[in-house]
Design a protein around this ligand. Sequence first.
Ligand code: NAP
Ligand code: HSE
Length: 438
Amino acid sequence: MKPINVGLLGLGTVGGGTLTVLRRNAGEITRRAGREITVKMASVRDLEKARKMAGPDLEIVTDPFDVVNNPDIDIVVELIGGYTLSKELVLKAIANGKHVVTANKALLALHGNEIFQAAQDKGVMVAFEAAVAGGIPIIKALREGLTANRIEWIAGIINGTTNFILSEMRDKGLSFDSVLAEAQKLGYAEADPTFDIEGIDAAHKLMIMSAIGFGIPMQFDKAYTEGISKLTREDIQYAEELGYRIKLLGITKRTPSGIELRVHPTLIPAKRLIANVEGVMNAVLVKGDAVGATMYTGRGAGAEPTASAVVADLVDVTRMLTSDPENRVPHLAFQPDALSDTPILPIAEVRTSYYLRMRVYDKPGVLADLTRILADLDISIDAMIQKEPSEGEEQVNIIMLTHETVEKNINQAIAKIEALSSIAGNVTRIRLEELGSN
Ligand code: NAP
Ligand code: HSE
């Protein structure tokens, strides 16, 4: 059978990894796909660098439109990133009747509705396993393996860079900046690492999983995003003392009033498997009504782990080329005309537990004031520690864990606590999830 011709847009970390894996495992891949998958051409900006990486045999161009407009290319693999040029290229490839594989979560979270509609109209596939959690086949699991279930919630460590930073800072006492530089050197970080640090990359991935899990359209502007830049060593240490680990978690949950969609640093009980997922490893927990909780873990970033997912998509698309476009697995798991308009809840309506840390003047009546404020707002305390003041200090740290409550009540409580004359500075608030299997 005629080989499938692939055009790679980008030969960086993921593009290079994809070329390497396709070449190294060509024999096995052909036996699985039923025909050869050949990289016919690639586009980059820096030809010299690319030539060194790819060797003399590959046609390399500097205009990516030469790839998407080439009639010999069957599948375009978009590994450039961003959402301006990449959107133009993907839509052009679709218009030219080509199938698309992409690792670009930002593109899909922002423009997925338009891209999937265009692909549907044209009868082509857009595959994106590599866009979420690197090498973990979580899209396949959510869209196909768990298809019998009503998904209740999904929670995951879905950014390798920040998990790497948190682990290295905790275990080796290294500075934030030096670990970030290492993550960039290893090819984990986004072109703009603010996307990693501030939780934006994780929110892109969470949006995609939420859409597939709950059958809703992409609506990235409604995601709540908070990164790790304000986390302190002090809070990481206190969380450990209380039996918790802090991870940057993406959480999406079905509730009676809507869907929660949020990324933020989160205390997780240290005994949970997911709390022990370290370094560049990612992990996604999915709770389905029939199966219960399932967990998927593996490398969430880097050249070959991500290439593993890209190549899996190439094989999937190759196998399905001759199938009836109307009877393929839908892009977002649910049939395009069966998506739901369930609202995404604003963060003030989210229900969770909280870690609160405040610095208070060590004098009588302070605790009574704090507990009264919380009680008046129906917030119940689960645990509390008061640290001894260091020598010569007038203030002490008080740390409280609350039971589950609604975020708007915690906001009110924090405002009232910060207004007390016995409180110094601001209250630190970190959300807490038990992530039990019930
Ligand atoms: P990268 O190493 O920076 O590679 C980007 C490639 O695209 C390079 O070959 C670059 O060419 C080319 N490129 C960039 N801008 C271009 C432009 N304006 N015109 C033409 N070519 C351009 O990026 P990456 O880490 O492989 O990431 C690629 C995509 O995969 C992104 O969407 C990213 O979010 C996603 N992703 C990355 C990982 C990971 O671990 N790195 C994991 C999952 C998903 P030059 O090198 O010649 O400049
Ligand atoms: N920058 C991303 C991360 C790459 O660190 O997880 C994988 O999507």
